[in-house]
Design a protein around this ligand. Structure first.
Ligand SMILES: CC(C)(COP(=O)(O)OP(=O)(O)OC[C@H]1O[C@@H](n2cnc3c(N)ncnc32)[C@H](O)[C@@H]1OP(=O)(O)O)[C@@H](O)C(=O)NCCC(=O)NCCS
Length: 151
Protein backbone atom coordinates (compact mmCIF):
# COMPACT_ATOMS: atom_id res chain seq x y z
CA UNK A 1 0.00 0.00 0.00
CA UNK A 2 1.54 3.30 -1.04
CA UNK A 3 -0.31 5.53 1.46
CA UNK A 4 -0.57 5.09 5.21
CA UNK A 5 -3.91 4.09 6.69
CA UNK A 6 -5.16 3.76 10.25
CA UNK A 7 -7.59 1.14 11.55
CA UNK A 8 -9.62 1.79 14.71
CA UNK A 9 -12.21 -0.19 16.59
CA UNK A 10 -15.10 2.11 17.42
CA UNK A 11 -18.63 2.04 18.79
CA UNK A 12 -21.54 2.96 16.51
CA UNK A 13 -22.03 6.02 18.69
CA UNK A 14 -18.52 7.29 17.91
CA UNK A 15 -18.23 6.21 14.28
CA UNK A 16 -21.73 6.42 12.84
CA UNK A 17 -21.36 9.19 10.19
CA UNK A 18 -18.16 7.77 8.73
CA UNK A 19 -19.33 4.15 8.88
CA UNK A 20 -22.62 5.12 7.25
CA UNK A 21 -20.83 6.96 4.43
CA UNK A 22 -18.72 3.92 3.47
CA UNK A 23 -21.64 1.49 3.64
CA UNK A 24 -23.95 3.76 1.68
CA UNK A 25 -21.38 4.03 -1.10
CA UNK A 26 -20.55 0.32 -1.23
CA UNK A 27 -23.66 -1.60 -0.27
CA UNK A 28 -26.55 0.71 -1.13
CA UNK A 29 -25.26 2.58 -4.19
CA UNK A 30 -22.76 0.09 -5.68
CA UNK A 31 -24.40 -3.23 -4.81
CA UNK A 32 -28.03 -2.04 -4.81
CA UNK A 33 -28.87 -3.40 -1.36
CA UNK A 34 -32.10 -1.80 -0.11
CA UNK A 35 -31.52 0.76 2.65
CA UNK A 36 -34.00 -0.98 4.95
CA UNK A 37 -31.89 -4.17 4.82
CA UNK A 38 -28.58 -2.36 5.21
CA UNK A 39 -29.71 -0.45 8.32
CA UNK A 40 -30.91 -3.49 10.23
CA UNK A 41 -30.92 -1.97 13.71
CA UNK A 42 -28.01 -4.15 14.93
CA UNK A 43 -25.20 -1.61 14.59
CA UNK A 44 -25.44 -0.31 18.15
CA UNK A 45 -24.73 -3.82 19.46
CA UNK A 46 -21.63 -4.25 17.29
CA UNK A 47 -17.95 -3.43 17.51
CA UNK A 48 -16.95 -1.63 14.31
CA UNK A 49 -13.65 -1.42 12.46
CA UNK A 50 -13.12 1.89 10.67
CA UNK A 51 -10.25 2.60 8.26
CA UNK A 52 -9.11 6.14 7.51
CA UNK A 53 -6.74 7.19 4.75
CA UNK A 54 -3.72 9.35 5.52
CA UNK A 55 -5.93 12.32 4.58
CA UNK A 56 -8.59 11.33 7.10
CA UNK A 57 -11.12 10.01 4.56
CA UNK A 58 -13.19 7.00 5.67
CA UNK A 59 -12.28 4.25 3.18
CA UNK A 60 -13.32 0.97 4.78
CA UNK A 61 -15.29 -0.64 7.59
CA UNK A 62 -16.64 -3.85 9.07
CA UNK A 63 -18.50 -4.98 12.16
CA UNK A 64 -18.65 -7.85 14.63
CA UNK A 65 -21.56 -8.88 16.80
CA UNK A 66 -21.10 -10.21 20.32
CA UNK A 67 -21.80 -13.74 19.05
CA UNK A 68 -18.78 -13.52 16.72
CA UNK A 69 -20.74 -12.84 13.55
CA UNK A 70 -18.70 -10.62 11.22
CA UNK A 71 -20.39 -8.55 8.53
CA UNK A 72 -20.58 -5.35 6.53
CA UNK A 73 -16.95 -5.58 5.39
CA UNK A 74 -16.61 -2.80 2.83
CA UNK A 75 -13.78 -0.97 1.09
CA UNK A 76 -14.33 1.99 -1.26
CA UNK A 77 -13.73 0.89 -4.88
CA UNK A 78 -10.60 2.96 -5.48
CA UNK A 79 -8.97 1.50 -2.34
CA UNK A 80 -9.53 -2.18 -3.18
CA UNK A 81 -6.72 -4.69 -3.73
CA UNK A 82 -4.44 -2.71 -1.45
CA UNK A 83 -5.00 -4.82 1.69
CA UNK A 84 -7.49 -2.44 3.31
CA UNK A 85 -9.96 -5.34 3.65
CA UNK A 86 -7.18 -7.40 5.20
CA UNK A 87 -6.54 -4.65 7.77
CA UNK A 88 -10.26 -4.59 8.68
CA UNK A 89 -10.39 -8.37 9.13
CA UNK A 90 -7.19 -8.46 11.17
CA UNK A 91 -8.56 -5.81 13.55
CA UNK A 92 -11.84 -7.71 14.05
CA UNK A 93 -10.12 -11.10 14.41
CA UNK A 94 -7.63 -9.70 16.93
CA UNK A 95 -10.60 -8.34 18.91
CA UNK A 96 -12.38 -11.71 18.82
CA UNK A 97 -9.26 -13.58 19.85
CA UNK A 98 -8.49 -11.14 22.68
CA UNK A 99 -12.06 -11.52 23.97
CA UNK A 100 -11.98 -15.34 23.98
CA UNK A 101 -14.50 -15.89 21.20
CA UNK A 102 -14.26 -19.63 20.36
CA UNK A 103 -15.14 -18.96 16.74
CA UNK A 104 -16.30 -16.32 14.31
CA UNK A 105 -18.42 -16.59 11.20
CA UNK A 106 -19.44 -14.56 8.19
CA UNK A 107 -22.15 -14.79 5.54
CA UNK A 108 -19.81 -14.31 2.59
CA UNK A 109 -20.91 -13.09 -0.79
CA UNK A 110 -19.76 -16.00 -2.96
CA UNK A 111 -17.42 -13.85 -5.04
CA UNK A 112 -15.56 -12.96 -1.80
CA UNK A 113 -14.97 -16.55 -0.62
CA UNK A 114 -11.30 -16.34 -1.61
CA UNK A 115 -10.91 -13.18 0.49
CA UNK A 116 -12.19 -14.96 3.63
CA UNK A 117 -10.30 -18.17 2.89
CA UNK A 118 -7.19 -16.02 3.20
CA UNK A 119 -7.97 -15.77 6.95
CA UNK A 120 -8.63 -19.54 7.17
CA UNK A 121 -12.41 -19.32 7.15
CA UNK A 122 -14.03 -22.45 5.70
CA UNK A 123 -17.36 -22.75 3.94
CA UNK A 124 -20.31 -24.36 5.75
CA UNK A 125 -23.48 -25.59 4.04
CA UNK A 126 -25.08 -24.45 0.85
CA UNK A 127 -25.18 -21.19 -1.07
CA UNK A 128 -28.21 -19.06 -0.14
CA UNK A 129 -29.66 -15.77 -1.32
CA UNK A 130 -29.65 -12.69 0.89
CA UNK A 131 -30.57 -9.19 -0.27
CA UNK A 132 -30.70 -10.64 -3.80
CA UNK A 133 -27.05 -11.75 -3.75
CA UNK A 134 -25.61 -15.30 -3.40
CA UNK A 135 -23.94 -15.96 -0.05
CA UNK A 136 -22.36 -18.85 1.81
CA UNK A 137 -21.71 -19.18 5.54
CA UNK A 138 -18.02 -19.41 6.47
CA UNK A 139 -16.54 -20.15 9.86
CA UNK A 140 -13.20 -19.73 11.60
CA UNK A 141 -12.69 -21.79 14.76
CA UNK A 142 -10.00 -20.48 17.08
CA UNK A 143 -9.97 -23.78 18.95
CA UNK A 144 -9.17 -26.01 15.97
CA UNK A 145 -5.83 -27.75 16.71
CA UNK A 146 -4.83 -27.49 13.05
CA UNK A 147 -5.43 -23.74 12.97
CA UNK A 148 -2.43 -21.51 13.48
CA UNK A 149 -4.57 -19.24 15.66
CA UNK A 150 -4.47 -22.03 18.26
CA UNK A 151 -5.19 -20.99 21.84
C1 LIG B 1 -14.30 -7.92 -0.44
C2 LIG B 1 -13.54 -6.63 -0.14
C3 LIG B 1 -13.87 -6.19 1.28
C4 LIG B 1 -12.03 -6.92 -0.24
O1 LIG B 1 -11.31 -5.76 0.17
P1 LIG B 1 -9.84 -5.45 -0.38
O2 LIG B 1 -9.29 -4.34 0.42
O3 LIG B 1 -9.88 -5.28 -1.86
O4 LIG B 1 -9.10 -6.82 -0.04
P2 LIG B 1 -7.52 -7.08 0.14
O5 LIG B 1 -6.75 -6.16 -0.74
O6 LIG B 1 -7.20 -7.05 1.60
O7 LIG B 1 -7.44 -8.57 -0.46
C5 LIG B 1 -6.84 -9.64 0.24
C6 LIG B 1 -7.00 -10.91 -0.60
O8 LIG B 1 -8.39 -11.24 -0.72
C7 LIG B 1 -8.65 -11.78 -2.02
N1 LIG B 1 -9.61 -10.91 -2.70
C8 LIG B 1 -9.87 -9.60 -2.47
N2 LIG B 1 -10.84 -9.16 -3.29
C9 LIG B 1 -11.20 -10.21 -4.04
C10 LIG B 1 -12.17 -10.39 -5.07
N3 LIG B 1 -12.95 -9.39 -5.50
N4 LIG B 1 -12.28 -11.60 -5.64
C11 LIG B 1 -11.50 -12.63 -5.22
N5 LIG B 1 -10.57 -12.53 -4.24
C12 LIG B 1 -10.42 -11.33 -3.67
C13 LIG B 1 -7.32 -11.85 -2.74
O9 LIG B 1 -6.74 -13.12 -2.48
C14 LIG B 1 -6.53 -10.76 -2.04
O10 LIG B 1 -5.15 -10.97 -2.07
P3 LIG B 1 -4.29 -10.47 -3.36
O11 LIG B 1 -4.70 -9.06 -3.61
O12 LIG B 1 -2.88 -10.65 -2.90
O13 LIG B 1 -4.69 -11.41 -4.47
C15 LIG B 1 -13.87 -5.52 -1.17
O14 LIG B 1 -13.74 -6.05 -2.48
C16 LIG B 1 -15.24 -4.89 -1.03
O15 LIG B 1 -15.44 -3.94 -0.27
N6 LIG B 1 -16.22 -5.41 -1.78
C17 LIG B 1 -17.57 -4.82 -1.79
C18 LIG B 1 -18.32 -5.11 -0.51
C19 LIG B 1 -18.45 -6.60 -0.26
O16 LIG B 1 -18.85 -7.34 -1.15
N7 LIG B 1 -18.09 -7.00 0.97
C20 LIG B 1 -18.08 -8.40 1.33
C21 LIG B 1 -19.39 -8.80 1.80
S1 LIG B 1 -19.38 -10.54 2.26
Amino acid sequence: MSQSITVSLVSWHDGEPLLRAVRETVFIREQGIPAELEWDGLDEQCRHALVLSGQGEAIGCGRMMSNGHIGRIAVLPKWRKQKVGTAIMEALLDYAFAHDYPQVDVDAQTYAVKFYRGFEFVEEGEVFMDAGLPHIKMQLKFICPLNNRLR
